[in-house]
Design a protein around this ligand. Structure first.
Ligand code: GLY
Ligand code: MN
Ligand code: MN
Length: 487
């Protein structure tokens, strides 16, 4: 072996040692993945255009406490950078500036030992170069000196910003300042458009476009790569194991919060970082509120419990719903409604094939539910098909729980939910015996050349299989905590 490789080997060993010391997961997406996504976007961009992406904003909860930071999914997809206060520019063609050639630049948060002491280490310019594989990396404060003249592009594409970013920041430039800087640059060159910040109209000479990029990103993100599918499958399976543990542990004395907690304990145990969306645990009538997130009912009693729970693993989120009887056995009415939703879901899953759209899946599942509800005397005709089934049946998942897409036909390696439901709130215009029954069954289904693959098949779905699973012994059996009210 040549001696010239020795420095490289030393660096690799050092990196290995650092990873081993930190005991970090080894299955993050690689810099090559993110680079390939930037390349794919570049190929889809119009000639002589630039795409501009901003990191997500830090949002303040109150006083010294911010909401937990989560990167913007597009920014993460294209960079792997998980920190705030950053802006990425991707050029459709190589730019030649001061003897350098490049087709992308990223501005990131500067290293700052004082803040890092409180909030953790930042990658900084060197870290982004070494760990994320960018060559043109600068501190945010240098964005004002962007070495490329934006007025030379035929199209400047960006996504509109929501005007909820705080003006003040403990250090500069924060995201607001970066967006202001971008606006200043646009103002110099604009036709009429609004960037959505300050709601100020700006005028530019060439095409400033805050719509196309969403379509281009949707086209990229709607079909998953094999690396993404590994993470999605893991997110879904972890969520299913969480559902299974809840099924085993559930009893009528349990609270909605406890259900949420058991699921969260399981997904954290497997290394999933976040909920992909706020957990929905609704007993009885609460299950009829589609996105109920209070989860504060103290006793499940003999109700059906609707549990819409999705773990987010390394950025990718599951979206799995199971509805189960708190006492382990479906009542007659609960079972009739449950089995009808199941039948509709089976038809929907079978329709998750190349060439269909999510609207086709909705139409097919809805037809089953409509027919069944008419038969049960709960509705009179097809016209009432949305009365007890008021939402759509299917959406893409990925980095977002409702993932970006182009609303076209399904293609290989798209992953979608199939989630019909029936919700009969208290006070509905029907026999009282149906009141407070809310059922949704939601699975995450991969579209393949050989038909649908249900990634969430691990968690029982059939009413009989759920009842059987609920009889199995729970790891949470007989756990008890001190009673704070005991004398
Ligand atoms: N968990 C949100 C949804 O099912 O769409
Ligand atoms: Mn969903
Ligand atoms: Mn859901």
């Amino acid at each position: 072996m040549s001696l010239k490789y020795i420095p490289l080997i030393v660096v690799l060993l050092l990196v290995e040692t650092i990873i081993a010391q930190k005991k970090l997961p080894k299955d993050y997406l690689t810099p090559d993945f993110h680079q390939s996504r930037r390349e794919a976007l570049r190929e889809s961009m119009p000639d002589n255009s630039v795409a501009v992406f901003f990191a997500n904003a830090v949002r303040n909860r109150a006083n010294d406490v911010d909401y937990i930071y989560h990167q913007d999914p597009n920014f993460f997809y294209l960079t792997g950078y998980k920190e705030p206060h950053a802006v990425l520019l991707i050029f459709s063609e190589n730019q030649h500036v001061n003897g350098q050639t490049f087709n992308e630049i990223v501005y990131v948060q500067k290293k700052n030992p004082r803040f890092e002491k409180w909030l953790g280490e930042r990658l900084g310019v060197t870290g982004v170069k070494n760990q994320l594989g960018f060559s043109q990396v600068f501190n945010g404060e240098d964005f004002k000196d962007l070495p490329v003249d934006l007025s030379t592009f035929d199209k400047i594409m960006f996504t509109p910003f929501e005007n909820d970013v705080r003006k003040s920041g403990k250090e500069q430039p924060n995201l607001y300042a970066l967006i202001q800087e971008f606006n200043t640059k646009l103002q110099a060159i604009s036709t009429t458009t609004s960037t959505g910040i300050d709601d100020k109209e700006i005028t530019a000479k060439q095409s400033v476009d805050n719509k196309t990029l969403r379509t281009l990103m949707g086209k990229l993100r709607e079909s998953k790569t094999k690396e993404e599918l590994v993470l999605l499958k893991k997110a879904v399976e972890i969520s299913c194991i969480g559902q299974i543990e809840v099924m085993k542990a559930m009893h009528p004395e349990m609270s909605e919060f406890e259900v949420q907690g058991i699921h969260e304990f399981v997904f954290k145990k497997y290394g999933a970082e976040f909920e992909g969306y706020p957990s929905i645990v609704g007993a009885g009538n609460n299950g009829c509120i589609l996105h109920y997130i209070d989860n504060n009912t103290t006793k499940l009693d003999n109700d059906l419990v609707l549990m819409d729970l999705g773990a987010e693993y390394h950025g990718y989120t599951a979206d799995v719903t199971r509805t189960i009887p708190a006492n382990g056995k479906f009542s007659k009415e609960q079972k009739l409604i449950y089995d009808l939703v199941y039948e509709a879901q089976e038809a929907g899953i079978a329709a998750a094939v190349i060439g269909n759209t999510t609207r086709d899946i909705d139409r097919i599942a809805r037809a089953v539910i409509t027919k069944g509800l008419i038969k049960l005397g709960l509705i009179n005709s097809d016209k009432e098909n949305r009365l007890y089934f008021p939402h759509g049946t299917s959406h893409h998942i990925g980095l977002d729980v409702h993932d970006l897409n182009t609303r076209g036909s399904l293609l290989e390696n798209m992953i979608i939910t199939v989630e019909p439901g029936i919700y009969i709130p208290d006070g509905s215009n029907c026999d009282k015996k149906w009141w407070g029954i809310g059922v949704r069954i939601e699975d995450d289904v991969l579209v393949t050349k050989n038909g649908p693959i249900n990634y969430s098949a691990l968690a029982p779905r059939k009413s009989e299989d759920i009842e059987k699973m609920m009889q199995e012994e729970s790891i949470f059996k007989n756990y008890s905590l001190p009673d704070l009210n005991a004398k």
